[in-house]
Ligand binder design. Structure first.
Ligand SMILES: [Zn+2]
Length: 179
């Protein structure tokens, strides 16, 4: 599960690394000291991704296709929604292989979400908090390809991504693609 064991896709190579060697995704919240909080999205960066059509992981522009990662039900229910913006295929695949939350079977909670104190939040940064995100990590994650998305506010004031049609869906468990 060490980051160097999986080859870093080209688009992610320009990202800064954290102390463990993980590339810090574009969308991740950094606190005042610059420390990344991997399970918290920076709302301003999310807005930028949506407005400019950028990958949430590498921060670079999409082609015609984009990929979403989420619990399996996100892909099967007509109202399937996502908190994270989409990524390039290779960026998402890298995350599915090395991200502790996505790939490590013993990662049960979104720990980082509880570590950021309000006084550490950078000026003007907004946290995305969503009570619909379960604390329990799904065993399997879906990885789906689509050609577009829209974003809507929910009742709780958070924003989610709703997909029209999937052109491809894969399922991943513990860092491996299921056949
Ligand atoms: Zn990317």
């Amino acid at each position: 599960m060490k980051p160097p064991s999986v080859e870093l896709p080209k688009r992610l190579r320009t990202l800064e690394r954290d102390s463990r060697g993980y590339p810090i995704p574009f969308i991740v919240m950094r606190d005042r000291s610059g420390l990344p909080h991997f399970t918290i999205n920076d709302q301003r960066k999310l807005d930028t991704c949506v407005r400019r059509g950028l990958c949430g992981l590498c921060g670079k522009r999409f082609g015609a296709r984009m990929w979403f990662i989420g619990g399996p039900r996100c892909f099967t229910e007509p109202t399937g929604a996502f908190i994270d913006p989409p990524s390039h295929r290779e960026c998402g695949e890298y995350a599915l292989k090395v991200c502790p939350y996505l790939a490590a079977p013993n990662y049960r909670r979104r720990i980082d979400a509880r570590t950021l104190r309000p006084d550490e939040t950078p000026d003007g940064a907004l946290l995305v908090k969503d009570s619909t995100v379960p604390d329990a990590r799904p065993e399997t994650f879906g990885f789906g390809e689509t050609d577009g998305y829209a974003r809507y506010p929910t009742d709780g004031g958070t924003r989610v991504f709703v997909i029209g049609t999937w052109t491809r869906i894969e399922y991943w468990r513990e860092g491996e693609k299921l056949s």
